[in-house]
Design a binder for this molecule. Structure first.
Ligand SMILES: Nc1ncnc2c1ncn2[C@@H]1O[C@H](COP(=O)(O)OP(=O)(O)OP(=O)(O)O)[C@@H](O)[C@H]1O
Length: 455
């Protein structure tokens, strides 16, 4: 028997009908199990499933309607054909209402039944093919681990595909949370450099001196605290990709040093006399208008052009609202799995509100909103009121006292540390929950540390 042999479960309390049916099915090339009661059929269906179930309606014990309802609880799609010797319109209507795919009047000849079985099998085949096709289409549309069905995202995916092939520098622009880092990773993962490291540096998080030592490394004794040689990130990324995030925050001195390293493909560790050859592809990202920064003199013209060989712009979420339902679905699924929550998705009105909202924090903000909704879910259907709902006191995770007051700065410090503690010090997660980018969090923490040192 081949794996494609259709499996039929047949139920009729008359033993002769069962035997005839089995014989006819054998001859027709179906694998048929026949039962004289609904409970036995249900037990096997529960264990192995079937391609088609054919059941009589009037039977002692579990009748055909009850069997149909039980099967529908397990499988909402398997075709169930009902047979009835007491053919009445009411029975047929009732059977179809309960989810039967077809019905047949008794007595019938096998050729007649076979036609119905073939029709049912064909509809199952078509549905499966359709699903497969949709899945394939979906995979094509959701490329590089990114969701995006809109023309803007399809254009982006095509550009990523082309740019990934070559090793040129690329500048990724777009608002915070639009997915620039995902694009950078895709450029690396789909490039010939994919087996070498992808090294990301948050340029906004480090002072010029620290960034220099991070990027270029240093020799033992190069400065106080340099107790041993350190290989810089550029050397670590050798053969791979160096991702410079928040490039707009880099100082003039560093722009010059970095440009020199990129032009010569060599780095000089801090405190070293000789340069070491490196082969890195540089991808930079910024959420600021770099052309304007060049015009205003905050960014070097030559540095900007060195990075901007190809510009990949990631559109903000409000420019591609049609992607919101697919993103919502994917994030609901992701967080339902992660937090083991039995949730189906948002109700229609909430989904509409999500599609209409502005999402200044873009995909990151949408993702965080969904994560929160899934964690706090009170039932299988999620509900979202919108971003503009004022928070009541009880929703705030801090307790305010009428006797003791603190400054906003103190409150901010307290809250940042609270969130960091909740996420075991993980700054990326903390920044997401706080609704700020990583650089801003780093800056705030640096400011707090400096203030503590000064006390
Ligand atoms: N198209 C997308 N499909 C699925 N997830 C996405 C998509 N775009 C962004 N995300 C998710 O949104 C979050 C923010 O993305 P990412 O960090 O790449 O943004 P960014 O533009 O680099 O942000 P920033 O400028 O603040 O560094 C991440 O969790 C990312 O996985």
């Amino acid at each position: 028997m081949s794996a494609e042999t259709p499996r039929i479960l047949f139920v009729d309390d008359d033993i002769v009908t069962c035997r005839v049916m089995q014989r006819n099915c054998d001859n027709a090339g179906y694998a048929c199990d026949a039962f004289q009661n609904g409970a036995d059929c249900l037990a096997l269906f529960n264990k192995q499933g079937a391609d088609v179930v054919i059941t009589d309606l009037r039977m002692p014990g579990m009748n055909g309607f009850e069997l149909l309802s039980e099967i529908r609880k397990i499988d909402s799609e398997v075709p169930v054909l009902v047979m009835t010797g007491y053919s009445s319109v009411e029975n047929a209507v009732e059977a179809m209402k309960r989810g039967a795919s077809d019905f047949i009047k008794k007595p019938f000849d096998f050729t007649e039944l076979k036609l119905l079985v073939e029709r049912a099998l064909k509809s199952v085949r078509l549905r499966n093919e359709n699903r497969l096709l949709k899945k394939r289409l979906g995979e094509e549309r959701h490329r590089f681990g990114m969701i995006g069905d809109t023309p803007a995202m399809q254009t982006l995916f095509n550009t990523v595909e082309k740019v990934a092939e070559v090793s040129c520098s690329a500048l990724i622009t777009g608002d915070s949370g639009t997915g620039k880092e995902l694009v950078a990773r895709a450029l690396h993962d789909f490039s010939p450099r994919k087996d070498a490291p992808f090294v990301a540096v948050d340029c906004g998080a480090l002072t010029t001196t620290l960034l220099e030592s991070e990027l270029f490394g240093h020799e033992k004794g190069a400065f106080t605290g340099a107790t041993q040689r350190k290989y810089g990130l550029m050397e670590q990324a050798d053969g791979g990709t160096l991702f410079l995030d928040e490039i707009c925050n880099i100082s003039d001195t560093m722009q010059i040093k970095l440009m020199r390293a990129l032009e010569s493909s060599k780095v000089t560790r801090v405190g070293a006399n000789t340069a070491v050859p490196v082969d890195v592809r540089v991808i930079a990202a910024s959420n600021r208008n770099l052309e304007q920064m060049v015009e205003e003199g905050h960014l070097r013209h030559d540095f900007y052009h060195r990075l901007n060989v190809v510009n990949i712009h990631v559109p903000s979420l409000s420019e591609r609202r049609q992607d919101i339902p697919a993103l919502v679905d994917a994030f609901v699924q992701e967080f339902a799995d992660r937090y083991s929550r039995q949730v189906q998705g948002f109700d229609k009105a909430s989904l509409q509100k999500m599609c209409d909202a502005d999402w200044p924090g873009n995909v990151r903000e949408l993702r965080n909103t969904i994560e929160r909704s899934v964690i706090l879910a009170e039932g299988p259907v999620l509900h979202w009121e919108g971003t503009n709902v004022p928070k009541t006191g009880s929703q705030l995770p801090v307790h305010f006292s009428e006797e003791a007051f603190c400054t906003l700065t103190e409150l901010e410090e307290e809250y940042i540390h609270h969130v960091l503690r909740c996420f075991n010090g993980k700054k990326t997660r903390a920044a997401e929950v706080l609704g700020i980018d990583k650089t801003t969090l780093w800056r705030k923490l640096r400011r707090l540390e400096t203030e503590e040192e000064a006390v």
